[in-house]
Each structure stands twice: as structure tokens, then as C-alpha cells.
Design a protein around this ligand. Sequence first.
Ligand code: DC
Length: 230
Amino acid sequence: MLRDVEVIAIDGPVAAGKTMVGRELAKRLDLRYLDTGVMYRAITWLALKNATPIEDEVALGTLADETPIMLDGSNSDRVLVDGISVGPELREAEVDRHVSLVSRVSSVRSALVAQQRRMASEGRIIVVGRDIGTVVLPNADLKIYITASSEERSRRRWKEFQAQGRETDYQSVLNETRARDDVDTQRDDSPLKPAEDAWVLDTDGLTGDEVVDLIVQRVNAEAQGGIACA
Ligand code: DC
């Protein structure tokens, strides 16, 4: 059966390469790109900026409900948070430290999932996150779960931090990666896991370009002949 792959869900743990792969794939396939992690980061950034207590779930839910988040240009790292354009602020250490806690809150999740579905409803989009194939877009044309060992992912993050001039050692990055994996996979609401029909792609030993090539091949094969995701 021929089928166009126009809505792609990409999930996976921290530093699996989802963002780089998603953004590159969007360029190659001429699709829009939405990184939902940025939305959880935006609410966390706003809560820290407003001094909203991170343990106050009601206040966080209200903040997520009342804060429209929009893409600031296609495929960009920037989003408009209540009309303010933010980008690098969302990657600061303070946001990193608190975002898992904010993204555990169910009222925050439901507000952001509603916004994500609205953005995806116009079609032709790659949506990246932790629960896209399982919760946000269970009917996506293609669901991919990108993963790699915690050591490999920590090495990648550590290199990124070094490039940004952030002082940290590999062991701390490994500990933090594992702690974030625990929060993401063990939370009650929408825990990180592959959708039953997701294509699980282990990227240990693969470059980002190789991963993108593999996915483009798969999308083309589906458009030409149809492959059941497994
Ligand atoms: O991918 P990231 O590191 O930018 O994600 C930031 C946080 O948001 C991370 O703790 C997981 C969480 N997240 C989530 O719970 N659900 C999503 N769809 C996307 C991100």
C-alpha cells in the first residue's frame, strides 16, 4: 500500500539525538518541526522567572494553561512564550535542573498536549518528545523511538556542554542523565516508553547523519511500497 508519511512522531530519552535528527529530517523532507521539550522548558523558564514555586502544581498548571507557546519561525530553536521570543535561555542549567519536575505535573502535561495537537493538526510535521507516539499523536504516520546507551548519550551531552563552555565532568553528566531517565520513565503520567508500533532505532555507534539517512530511506520505502512499523 502506498502511503505518504507526513506526520512523524519521534520519542526517546535525553540526549539520544532526537533534536538534531528531527530538525535535519524536517529540512530533508520539507516538513515543519516541533520540539515539545522546548515547551516544557518554556513553562519551567517562566515559572523560575516569575518565582512560581516548582512544587506548586496548581500554579504550574495555571501557568501552562494560560501561556500560549508558538513556533518562532519554522524549524528554529526559538519559541514565542506569551509573545516573548526565547531560545538559549531554555537550555540554561537552572531550567535543566527543574524541567523534569515540571513535566511530571499532569495539569501541565494536559495543557501542553492540547497545544501540541493543535499545532500538529495542520499536518506535514515532525514532532519530537517523550510521549508523542504514545499519547500526543498515536495516529502519526511513522513513530520512531530513538535511543542509545546512557554512557553514549552522556558522552554526547558532555561534549555539548564543553562546546558551550559549561564546566562539568563526565561522571556528573552520566549521573544526571540516569536520574533524568528515571524521572521520565517512572512518572505516573505519560512515562517515556516506545509506542507498541514504534520503530526502535538504537543509535549507538551511528552518526547523526547516518540516523537521518536511515529514516529518510524508510520514509521513501513506505511512500513507495509500504512497510509495517515494527
Ligand atoms: O528533550 P528535552 O531535554 O528538551 O526535554 C525537556 C524535559 O521535558 C525532559 O525532562 C522531558 C520532558 N518532556 C516530556 O516530558 N514530554 C515531552 N513530550 C517532551 C519533553
